[in-house]
Design a protein around this ligand. Structure first.
Ligand code: SAH
Ligand code: SF4
Length: 362
């Protein structure tokens, strides 16, 4: 049996054509599956009976298993999905006035070892499949549909690949999932509403701009190579100048006119006025907006977040030079759904969650 969530539209079209079915059936099925959220082939009423039979004999739908589903006081909702072998990933939904953003994971763990990131500290376990990536979006929309008015659109209006893992290190599965998000027959999200966040895998950025030019967020975090080499080690392979060059060429292909630069505010590491001034000079040729992220502490991180005053002073320098700069609101604090806390200490937490489930407490 093939998991339908694991194949792309073209592959599915080829498979059904080989068995003598009309390729346009694939698009009809995509609509049932992603737009209507219908999982029962027999209820897909405009599909011919023999095609429905062919589907039931050859295909199934396997979604990630939910271990944990929790709503925070501010409405942020977090799911912990079981990834087998005592591993878990997290998906977070952040409701705002006119939009609902889903933060999706792309890997179990991460190999890139950024020093301030609890996922990086944990090491790499494995890549997620397309079914596990798009399954997060499918389930979130489905589980949220009771709480939101879905007559105009689904609860999730925006997707950010900012959960656990480095999306561009799992390129093929992430790119095929992004295509389903953008596809009119499936979710039909505009490229502006889908963002990939990367620590800077330059060759993959170069590919993405042709394959699927969604919005791009770069985890810059430092104004120079000396600091970035230390806190974002992939910088030693793709230093800032190379990264910024690829950002500029991305913008030439992509639909947006700016890149989002993420900048985690680490006390006494990268948060001085001098660093802000260096940044202004650094990005003078790169159309970008900055998003300053207060550091989310985790046990034994060795870092502290910059004070509110420090962050405001840093922001002012960037703003005064004409760079739009926002400060990320920390959401879902009470359920550890804030940035960089995603599945922090995941093994411990998963074990704890599994134990609670076994004990019947969840
Ligand atoms: N791997 C990708 C996407 C996942 S991380 C990337 O690095 O861009 C999403 C964002 O959270 C990144 O900007 C990351 O640097 C930031 N982040 C990681 N740990 C954090 C922490 N402890 N506090 C605040 N932001 C953090
Ligand atoms: Fe990986 Fe991103 Fe964390 Fe760096 S910040 S270790 S790239 S998840």
């Amino acid at each position: 049996m093939i998991n339908l969530l694991d194949i792309d539209l073209k592959t599915f079209q080829d498979q059904i054509a080989k068995s003598g079915h009309q390729p346009f059936r694939a698009k009809q099925l995509w609509r049932w599956l992603f737009k209507e959220e219908q999982t029962d082939f027999n209820k897909m009423t405009d599909l011919a009976k023999d095609f429905r039979l062919f589907l039931s004999n050859n295909y199934q739908l396997n979604f990630p298993k939910i271990n944990f589903d929790h709503v925070s006081r501010d409405g942020t909702r977090k799911w912990l999905f079981d990834m087998g072998s005592n591993n878990a990933i997290e998906t977070v939904f952040i409701p705002e006035k006119n939009r609902g953003t889903l933060c999706i994971s792309s890997q179990v763990g991460c190999a890139l070892e950024c020093t301030f990131c609890s996922t990086g500290r944990q090491g790499f376990n494995r890549n997620l499949s397309q079914a596990e990536i798009i399954g997060q979006l499918w389930l979130a929309n489905h589980l949220l549909s009771n709480d939101y008015d879905t007559s105009e659109h689904k609860p999730v209006t925006n997707v950010v690949m900012m959960g656990m893992g480095e999306p561009l290190a799992n390129y093929d599965q992430v790119a095929s999932s992004l295509k389903i998000m953008l596809d009119d027959k499936a979710y039909g999200l505009s490229r502006r509403r889908v963002t990939v966040s990367t620590s800077g895998l330059v060759p993959a950025i170069e590919k993405l701009k042709y394959d699927c030019p969604v919005s791009l967020a770069i985890s810059l975090h430092a104004p120079n190579n000396k600091i970035r080499d230390e806190i974002v080690p992939i910088n030693k392979k793709y230093p800032i100048e190379v990264l910024l060059d690829s950002c500029q060429s991305y913008l030439e292909e992509a639909p947006r006119d700016f890149i989002t630069m993420e900048y985690v505010m680490l006390k006494d590491v990268n948060d001085q006025d001098q660093h802000a001034k260096e940044l202004v000079d650094l990005v003078k040729n790169t159309p970008c907006k900055f998003n300053l992220i207060p550091f989310n502490p985790f046990p034994r991180s060795g870092y502290e977040s910059s004070s509110r005053e420090r962050i405001l002073s840093f922001q002012k320098i960037l703003m005064d030079s004409g760079i739009v700069t926002t400060i990320r609101k920390t959401r879902g604090d009470d359920i550890d759904a804030a940035c960089g806390q995603l599945a922090g200490d995941v093994k411990d937490k998963t074990k704890r969650t599994l134990r609670l489930i076994q004990e019947g407490k969840r």
